[in-house]
Design a protein around this ligand. Structure first.
Ligand SMILES: NC(=O)c1ccc[n+]([C@@H]2O[C@H](COP(=O)([O-])OP(=O)(O)OC[C@H]3O[C@@H](n4cnc5c(N)ncnc54)[C@H](O)[C@@H]3O)[C@@H](O)[C@H]2O)c1
Length: 447
């Protein structure tokens, strides 16, 4: 198959490289010239484990190339994927579809012969109809089928997720697209990854329902963690205790500083907007968003209270900035709100992240970046783990303690065992692990 991939960001580049690896011929197109020039030189514009080698291999084999030009690759393609960004629209929180529609207009100029146009970007229900309308209005004679094929990969594990997906969802309105999409995903289909064909609108909504559910699951365990702190219970044991129940499942039950990243915040908001517009509000998700929004600054208050209620003039070292490990993505990372809230309280922030410091400089002011956990901890009154990179899992506590002004560790990801940290003489604060004294059971209190 000949594939044109429009948008070469986290999703477009990974999908393009993986499709090429399946044996298809893929051209990745992007408007951002610097990105395409870097890719042509073999430099990755993003950090994603394994991506550089996969891209290099497929470029060498002649199956993968990069360009800023639409006309050639789109006219030759059997399938054109749209994988551009769909951020929150400023002001109202709806998904900003301007990049998707701009891509559709560009595609319309160049398609030739029967072409399947696939929306891989996360788009609100009904967007496929509009993409089809744009294509037909611009080129009434074009022979096209518009398909929805949302992407479920996770940054940091994107290649594995793409090549071994739990399922592939394809929403079609034109039966001719079924055969083409089955061919596109043949290697996965042969590997028994379920290929789920639905209507286009159903497929679009599956993506939002999935992300909203996961965001809700995280938020649920975060609230249980707060309750644990009040009643002296341990949220990690609760996660295990409920996660072993097959109906619940163990994933996405790690209490932490609130969800962030390039998808959950914007997708939950967009779903709420779509639901409200259709007079069918999704109140669970509205509440999820509200809880998560307040949680990040609440995490900053946790740090303030670990420092005795006052951070003005104090140095606080932050470990981990990206919204999760193994990515350089800072979009809506919890670290942003936490650091800003601490700065509002007058704290000086030093920070270290293995991959996110460049991206962080664009969103955070007045942060001093260091070269290692030990470097930033020098003279600090507290060390705060915000993102659980593997290299933060075996810190040398004696070395940290020797450099810090005070041995205080606030672990917002529950990386460590409380006894272990205490043994090294640190005051230790984590999430949902009963630091408060146990309250008397209600029946006893009543007696
Ligand atoms: N990042 C993820 O983990 C993830 C996972 C699943 C789904 N998604 C969805 O996939 C879509 C893309 O996300 P992303 O993280 O890859 O975004 P991104 O911002 O990393 O990449 C988007 C790319 O599209 C390019 N672009 C924008 N308009 C263009 C146009 N008209 N023509 C050509 N290129 C254009 C941009 O220059 C950019 O390089 C979004 O809808 C997102 O919600 C993302």
């Amino acid at each position: 198959m000949k594939i044109a991939m429009i948008g070469s960001g986290y999703v477009g580049l990974v999908s393009g490289a993986c499709f090429a690896d399946f044996g298809h011929t893929v051209v990745c197109i992007d408007k951002a010239e610097a990105k395409i020039e870097a890719l042509k030189r073999g430099e990755m514009p993003i950090f994603e484990p394994g991506l550089e080698a996969l891209v290099a291999e497929n470029v060498k084999a002649g199956r993968l190339s990069f360009t800023t030009e639409f006309a050639g690759p789109v006219s030759e393609a059997d399938v054109v994927f749209i994988a551009v960004g769909t951020p929150s629209r400023r002001g109202d929180g709806h998904a900003d579809l301007s990049y998707v529609y701009a891509a559709a207009r560009e595609i319309a100029q160049s398609v030739r012969g029967f072409t399947v146009v696939v929306t891989k970007s996360t788009v609100p229900v009904g967007t496929g109809d509009e993409v089809e309308r744009i294509l037909r209005e611009t080129r009434p004679e074009a022979d096209i089928a518009v398909v929805s094929n949302p992407e479920f990969l996770r940054e940091g594990a994107a290649i594995g997720d793409f090549k071994r997906p739990d399922r592939i969802v394809v929403g079609i309105e034109d039966e001719r697209a079924r055969e083409v999409m089955t061919e596109v995903y043949r290697p996965l289909y042969l590997n028994q990854s379920p290929l789920l064909f639905t209507t286009r609108r159903t497929s679009e909504l599956i993506k939002y329902a999935a992300n909203a559910f996961l965001a809700m699951k995280i938020t649920f365990i975060n609230e249980i963690a707060d309750l644990c702190e009040k009643v002296g219970a341990d949220v990690q044991q609760i996660s295990r205790g409920i996660g072993l129940d097959g109906r619940i499942g163990a994933k996405f039950l790690h209490a932490g500083p609130g969800y962030g990243g390039s998808c959950f915040p914007k997708d939950t908001l967009a779903l709420v907007k779509t639901a409200q517009d259709n007079d069918s509000p999704v109140r669970l998700i509205e509440t999820t968003i509200a809880i998560n929004d307040t949680r990040k600054r609440a995490m900053a208050r946790k740090v303030v209270s670990a420092l005795g209620g006052e951070v003005r003039g104090k140095k606080i070292a932050v470990l981990g900035l990206t919204f999760k490990p193994e990515t350089d993505d800072m979009r809506d990372a919890p670290s942003i709100s936490i650091i800003q809230a601490l700065q509002d309280g007058g704290a000086h922030i030093s920070a270290y992240d293995p991959e996110g410091m460049e991206a962080s400089k664009a969103v955070l002011d007045n942060v001093t970046y260091g070269t290692s956990p030990y470097d930033i901890a020098e003279g600090a009154e507290a060390l705060v783990i915000v993102t659980e990179w593997n290299q933060f899992r075996a810190l040398d506590f004696q070395r940290l303690k020797a450099g810090m002004a005070k041995p205080v560790l606030v672990d917002l990801r529950n990386v460590y065992k409380p006894e272990e940290v205490a043994r090294h003489g640190f005051a230790y604060f984590s999430i949902g692990r009963g630091t408060s004294p146990m309250v008397a059971p209600v029946c006893e209190a009543a007696e």
